[in-house]
Design a protein around this ligand. Structure first.
Ligand SMILES: [Zn+2]
Length: 448
């Protein structure tokens, strides 16, 4: 039996601010477009390496598995990781027409796109720490505010720099400043001055400065030096601001957000252009993703950090590797896999505690199904919640409430099946979490 089920919980605005460094606004509703996910073929490394990330895409964006030569392992000397705060999965390359994103759309045409990629959590630090440490948030030391003590394992940067790869971070979000910033392993950690002392998510525009720092880094990278450069663009996070060159769409809230996304797309374009100008693009992999999505009223909620509906947890996942044939992969995947993917691309041994599976396995043949675990840890303002996706079946629980959603029949998640404690699908989903040890959260860090 399917029936409506609501987990609304009133969260004071100031507590929401504490958790996500955002604001509270009223807004209108924008629907998520439907997407064609019929294409699903493995990518193969092409016989002739492409010049780099800004090279024009081939006529067909879909690889032909049968005609491809025998695959060789994709490799790169360096990695450019671009994460965009609050970037939803539905963008121009998947049929959404509200935001112009020519740079990322072009990158998608020459990349492997995972069409159903999921952040591990629905707020910034749990998600990014999971991405950087290939561990689930609730198994990491942390505090109840989600800020800032999520560092309890060897990070991707530490693994890479331990192998002689130069690590550099470029950031504008306030959580990247201070003693608990996720800077471990980075030789350089550049914070744009506009973000320091201000809340970059409350009106500051930092994308151009972050891009400028990254461009300077690329232009001055010593010959032959391998690097891992990570930029986190934050402008699409609310509060949304109006950009003169990227006017908002008609929807009061999504339209403004779309303008922020278009603005960020242009800033990423500067970085990719610098990669080409310097010649580094021929040996540098580019991975673009996001820490979580954003709700625009699909389920009567706005912003993020509230639910595990698709709009809050589904994100883009784009990987360009020079010489790798573009493809689209429809099998659901988790960002828990990013660290192992990066390590394999750069030929670095991953630390044994890391979870996940290198996404490069998806390029060797038909992608194997495997469950995607969502692990939004309990915070001072909300109960922890978890979900397991297997194909298009989603089981999601919070406390003693649980439900099952059928994304094949109902991609907009407008109806759900209530699951009682002990229900077989719930037990099966919870069993997948039993192998993950739980670490209690500490009280919120109060500074010092
Ligand atoms: Zn975020």
């Amino acid at each position: 039996m399917y029936r409506g089920m609501t987990w609304e919980r009133t969260v004071p605005c100031w507590l929401g601010l504490l958790l996500t460094l955002g604001g509270c606004k009223r807004a209108s509703i924008a629907a998520e477009p439907t997407r064609d996910e019929s294409q699903r073929v493995p990518a193969r490394r092409s016989a002739t390496p492409s010049p780099g990330p800004s090279t024009q895409a081939p006529a067909s964006a879909t690889a032909s598995a049968s005609a491809a030569p025998a695959p060789s392992a994709p490799r790169a000397d360096s990695l450019l990781l671009i994460t965009v705060d609050t970037l939803r999965a539905d963008q121009s390359w998947s049929g959404y027409e509200g935001a112009k994103t020519p740079v990322l759309e072009g990158l998608v045409r020459r990349s492997v796109l995972w069409e159903r990629a999921y952040a591990v959590a629905n707020t910034t630090m749990p998600s990014l720490s999971s991405l950087m440490m290939a561990r689930y948030p609730t198994e990491l030391p942390r505090d109840e505010c989600g800020l800032p003590a999520f560092w309890g394992s060897e990070t991707l940067a530490e693994a890479l720099t331990g192998a002689g790869i130069h690590g550099a971070g470029f950031h504008g979000h306030p959580i990247f400043a201070g003693a608990f910033a996720p800077s471990r392993g980075f030789a350089e950690w550049r914070l744009v001055k506009e973000a320091l002392g201000r809340k970059a998510t409350s009106g500051a525009v930092t994308g151009a400065d972050i891009a400028a720092e990254m461009v300077q880094f690329l232009r001055h990278n010593p010959p032959g030096r391998r690097f891992f450069a990570w930029a986190h663009f934050v402008d699409p996070h609310d509060s949304y601001v109006r950009h003169r060159d990227f006017p908002p769409g008609p929807s009061p809230r999504r339209g403004l957000y779309d303008g922020e996304v278009s603005y960020t797309d242009a800033q990423i374009g500067k970085v990719l252009a610098a990669l080409e100008e310097t010649g580094l693009g021929a040996s540098t992999a580019v991975l673009v993703t996001a820490d979580h999505g954003e709700a625009f009223g699909e389920h009567e909620r706005f912003r993020h950090g509230h639910t595990l509906y698709e709009e809050e947890i589904r994100v883009p996942l784009i990987l360009h590797v020079p010489g790798l044939t573009p493809a689209r992969i429809a099998e659901p995947r988790s960002l828990i896999d990013v660290a192992r993917t990066a390590a394999e691309l750069l030929q670095v041994q991953p630390p044994s505690p890391w979870r996940g599976v290198s996404l490069l396995r998806d390029l060797e043949g038909p992608p194997a199904p495997r469950p995607v675990l969502i692990d939004a840890p309990p915070l001072v303002t909300m109960t922890g919640q978890r979900a397991v996706l297997q194909g298009k079946d989603k089981v999601w629980w919070r406390g003693n409430s649980a439900m099952r959603l059928d994304l094949a029949r109902d991609p907009a998640e407008q109806s759900q099946e209530t699951l009682l404690p002990g229900a077989a699908p719930l037990l099966e989903a919870q069993r997948l979490f039993q192998a993950i040890p739980q670490v209690p959260a500490k009280p919120c860090y109060r500074g010092g």
